[in-house]
Ligand binder design. Structure first.
Ligand code: ACO
Length: 376
């Protein structure tokens, strides 16, 4: 029998005042502000303020929130111990999942608080960069309270003050990726919170869901794809062969958007500002060829470029290694996870859907038990 709601497509599970995804027209709105009103220009901390509390700050960036986040960047000793106890060389995303889980030490009860959301946003970059540097045999770089959230992330990662153009580009990426309605990771977080579990357990589940390539795990695969294509001249042939093998083109298609993903549109502009010209030319050629090929192969399916495609080009251009692409997406999304955790708890109802049973009819008989053999 056909199950119309598979993958919960189109199912409205509750109400939210945080983010509006306009799938048919390709719009994305945070608390009433279209994203092209925010990028370029709005500091990540201002968007954290907007997402958590619903209003833009009076001052940009908001001095109190900036201070709160900066104060919390330094890790408590117990978290340093966990980070340093992990074996070096794990994929950073796997390490981050364990580290976020370790943030919940039993002293953060339900319901979540603003302070817990601040910790989630402020401490994840410190844990991640500490782990990545240790894996590379480098000492940790202490956070700098005088730097903005995004600049400080790059600083803790590389140990040098980042270039202003790269900070601007990554700040735009962080703002665009900060929230996205009922995506799989945020849904996972809300399911966990709805059982009255804590915010860090919810964020651990969210990261686990983000990891998959059908959600946040795609951007490094976009870079791999661009490498495999190699040159603009090879794009047509490579895309045709890939689709003939029934592979999915990474960075295209979206469950919600049946029009251009508005984040991809802005990330393309950012990429034009920071990416190496040859890489940008290759990406633009692959995009053009892929869109035409997808329309030919699946006419009317409306498969467009998604956030991951130019997201990957931007992350490459700011010097991040591929194994940090999805972890960086997660750092940006901690703002949305915090906001959704608070919203879920403010008016909670247990999220517990149903599933249609299609197994054997009730009434089967259990096989005769074999005689019990007594132990000698
Ligand atoms: N390449 C080739 N074919 C595709 C692609 C793609 N990128 N995306 C969808 N299709 C095809 C599917 O094969 C399917 O065809 P069929 O009906 O003939 O079987 C049809 O288009 C519809 O696809 P679904 O999987 O039903 O669409 P869904 O809404 O479930 O999937 C998804 C959306 C997972 C993003 C999909 O488009 C995809 O796999 N894209 C590639 C991976 C990717 O870019 N992931 C990042 C997503 S963005 C984010 O989450 C932040």
């Amino acid at each position: 029998m056909d199950v119309p709601l598979r993958g919960l497509e189109g199912v409205v599970i509750d109400r939210s005042a945080i983010t509006l995804v306009e799938g048919e027209t390709g719009g994305l709105v945070y608390r009433g502000f279209r994203i092209d009103e925010l990028v370029p220009g709005a500091p990540y901390e201002s968007v954290v303020h907007l997402l958590l509390w619903g209003e833009p700050p009076e001052e940009q960036p908001p001095p109190r929130l900036v201070r709160e986040l900066a104060k919390r960047r330094s890790l408590p000793r117990r978290l340093e111990t966990v980070v340093d106890a992990l074996p070096p060389g794990l994929p950073p995303l796997e390490a981050l999942r364990t580290m976020i889980s370790a943030m919940g030490d039993g002293s953060f009860p339900y319901p979540p608080t603003d302070e817990q959301a601040f910790d989630l946003i402020a401490q994840t970059p410190t844990m991640l960069t500490r782990y990545v540097r240790r894996s590379a045999g480098l000492t940790a770089v202490a956070p700098r309270p005088d730097l903005g959230h995004v600049a400080n992330y790059l600083y803790m990662l590389n140990g040098v003050l980042p270039d202003a153009r790269q900070v601007r580009a990554l700040e735009g990426y962080f703002v665009l990726l900060a929230d996205h309605g009922m995506n799989a990771s945020t849904f996972a977080l809300r399911v966990v919170l709805s059982t009255h579990s804590d915010l860090f357990s919810g964020a651990t589940a969210a990261l686990a869901a983000l990891k998959g390539p059908l959600h946040g795990g795609a951007p490094s695969k976009v870079s791999d794809m661009l490498d495999a294509v190699g040159s603009a001249e090879n794009a047509e042939r490579w895309v045709a062969q890939s689709l003939a093998r029934k592979e999915r083109l990474m960075g295209f298609g979206h469950r919600a958007y049946k029009a251009e993903d508005p984040r991809a549109v802005i990330l393309k502009q950012i990429a034009r500002d920071v990416a190496a010209p040859a890489r940008l030319k290759l990406a633009e050629q692959v995009e053009e060829v892929a869109l035409a090929a997808l329309e030919r192969q699946r006419p009317g399916r409306r498969l467009y470029t998604n956030v991951e495609f130019y997201g990957a080009v931007v992350l490459e251009a700011v010097g991040l290694p591929r194994n940090l692409f999805t972890p960086t997406f997660a750092l940006a999304r901690t703002a949305g996870w915090g906001a959704h955790g608070l919203e879920q708890a403010a008016d909670n109802r247990l999220i517990r859907p149903d599933i249609e049973y299609v197994g054997p009819a009730p009434g089967r008989r259990w096989p005769e038990r074999s005689p019990t053999v007594s132990p000698p």
